[in-house]
Design a protein around this ligand. Structure first.
Ligand SMILES: [Zn+2]
Length: 130
């Protein structure tokens, strides 16, 4: 940045330059945000579900895929289970019979948070983006 040139500008020119720079920054940030939002929606990652360190790709013949809405019961309803819901390209755990229910209180897995993960420690269940 040629600061000596900027110092030679008059006060009003300086103000104009600052206003222009601020506007340019705002427009740039807005465009970046729109592009990243659009790209994330277009190229959204899918999810991986692990139970006991083993990846689960389907439940009762139904593929676990963010493009396929539905509710899926993982585990055995008579012993340990988690019910996960895939809806609008999002995933969350809506029910479980674990004692802490941390998995349920997590809510939707957030694609904007790096390495966001739904954990059910008692049932050794992990849900994360691929
Ligand atoms: Zn849990």
């Amino acid at each position: 940045m040629p600061t000596n040139k900027k110092e030679k500008l008059s006060g009003s020119q300086n103000k104009k330059l600052e206003t222009f720079a601020t506007l340019a920054l705002i427009v740039f940030a807005l465009i970046s945000y729109l592009i990243s939002t659009f790209l994330i929606k277009k190229d959204r990652r899918n999810i991986s579900v692990f139970v006991n360190g083993v990846q689960i790709t389907e439940v009762n013949g139904n593929k676990l895929d963010l493009n396929l809405p539905g509710t899926y019961t993982i585990g055995d309803p008579n012993t340990e289970y988690n019910v996960i819901e895939i809806n609008d390209h999002r995933v969350r755990c809506i029910d479980a019979n674990c004692p802490d229910k941390i998995c349920v209180s997590h809510g939707y897995l957030n694609p904007d948070i790096d390495n966001d993960i739904i954990v059910c420690a008692p049932h050794k269940l992990l849900i994360q983006y691929q």
